[in-house]
Design a protein around this ligand. Structure first.
Ligand SMILES: [Zn+2]
Length: 99
């Protein structure tokens, strides 16, 4: 598989960010839909649920440490190093001890 300078984790992260933004928009849409537009409100609510389910699916399936397989759930978007094996999620290098 060709690696164009972006690791699998970064690709997953980009996808995760897109889905999260879409989920936030759908959630806002359902909140901002005025009373009386029940079908539209329902549509946004269902979209929110589906998008959040997709988010969890992407995290479980793809936001894993490429070295030890730990799922990076908390701070998946900002994490640069695996909390378990301390390797970089993008380059695989060990984190330097800074403390
Ligand atoms: Zn790891």
């Amino acid at each position: 598989m060709a690696n164009l300078g972006r690791s699998d984790y970064e690709t997953a992260k980009g996808r995760l960010r897109t889905v999260l933004i879409a989920a936030a928009l759908a959630c806002a849409g359902s909140l901002l839909t005025p009373q009386g537009y029940l079908q539209l409100k329902l549509f946004f609510t269902v979209a929110t649920i589906i998008l959040f389910a997709t988010t969890i699916y992407i995290i479980v399936r793809e936001c894993r440490c490429p070295h030890c397989g730990k799922i990076i759930f908390i701070g998946a978007l900002s994490a640069t190093h695996c909390p378990r094996c301390r390797r970089s999620l993008t380059t695989g290098k060990k984190q330097k001890k800074s403390r």
